[in-house]
Design a protein around this ligand. Structure first.
Ligand code: GDP
Ligand code: MG
Length: 309
């Protein structure tokens, strides 16, 4: 991974500083509240994929943000899936539970004025650690005064160290969020070098970027049945040669992804390549195939191969 431009421009962290703080922070919340968007904003590079459809994030992604006196290590969790009981959803729920082990603090993200039973169930998962309630998407509120009774209700019901209204998308109040969060972290030297933004491999990030494009560029008919596998990843003198497969459930879905005269797949691959080139800061040669694997979301062997377990 190339050094992050934004972090590079900040003062290098002072490792000898006795009051330096470092902590692992879980970002939790039900699907679609904006967890991945928040992580990407905080870290300043695109690491976790986002889309309008719930359930885009299927893995734990660690984003790292290093300031002069603090290192924040974020784990983005897949949305807690409460409805369907497929092997994929069970694996995702286990992933949420795992990402909560050993965290120093949690951010419970909710969507502006909503706090429902799903939010409560997610909250139960983080009962053991200090947490902040992050009220996201406040840019959608026409009247900010609506926030006060909402905050009063929720804080009457549950104990949070603090409640911070933000907009991840419009970059509102994120500095305040980090300042408040810092207070919850233990005094400790940094764990990662100051210019590192993730501990995920390039291979993994490439797969995530490609999967994001499939989600973004397809209608409702396909995305939940899609996964991505990197078949080959070679770095030659600054050029990355990547061969990837998009895996679907049915041949009808394969046809939709490929599109008329292959146009859809071409757009997906081009956009994914552009994002990869930006993130890796180098040229990428990307070749994408579409393959049919029937029932993959319910087959635990396939899930293992795809890295869900
Ligand atoms: P996740 O499932 O919790 O990770 O949610 P995502 O980060 O994928 O975001 C879900 C949707 O909410 C996307 O369409 C985002 O663009 C949108 N979103 C995220 N943050 C904000 C925000 O602060 N304001 C508004 N209006 N939309 C947001
Ligand atoms: Mg997400």
């Amino acid at each position: 991974m190339q050094p992050n431009k934004r972090i590079d421009s900040l003062p290098r962290c002072n490792v000898g500083n006795a009051s330096f703080r470092t902590g692992l922070i879980a970002i939790v919340g039900r699907p679609n509240v904006g967890k991945s968007t928040l992580l990407n904003r905080l870290v300043g590079e695109k690491i976790s994929i986002t889309s309008r459809k719930p359930q885009t994030t299927r893995y734990r992604v660690t984003g790292i943000l290093t300031h002069e006196d603090t290192q924040f290590i974020f784990a983005d969790t897949p949305g807690f899936q409460l409805e369907h009981n497929s092997a994929l959803n069970q694996a995702m729920n286990r992933c949420v539970a795992q990402s909560l082990q050993g965290v120093d603090a949690a951010l419970l993200v909710v969507d502006s004025l909503q706090f429902n039973d799903q939010d409560r169930r997610v909250l139960n998962l983080v009962s053991g650690c200090p947490k902040l309630l992050v009220i996201n998407k406040i840019d959608k509120l026409t009247d900010k005064k609506q926030l006060l009774p909402f905050i009063k209700n929720v804080s009457g019901e549950h104990r949070f160290e603090a409640i911070v209204p933000v907009s991840a998308k419009k970059n509102l109040q994120l500095k305040e969020l980090l300042q408040t969060l810092r207070e919850l972290l233990p005094e400790s030297p940094p764990i990662f070098p100051a210019d590192e933004i993730t501990d995920c491999s390039e291979r993994f990030l490439a797969a995530e970027l490609l999967r994001e494009k499939v989600f973004r560029l397809l209608g409702e008919e396909v995305p939940y049945a899609v996964s991505v596998m990197i078949d080959d990843y070679v770095l030659e003198r600054g050029l990355r040669r990547i061969r990837a497969s998009v895996i679907v459930d049915k041949s009808s879905q394969k046809a939709i992804i490929i599109g008329a005269k292959g146009e859809k797949l071409k757009t997906i691959a081009t956009q994914a390549r552009q994002d990869m080139e930006e993130l890796f800061e180098g040229k990428v040669f990307l070749k994408v195939w579409v393959k049919v694997k029937r029932g993959w979301a319910n087959n635990s062997l396939t899930l293992k191969k795809l890295g869900y377990e």
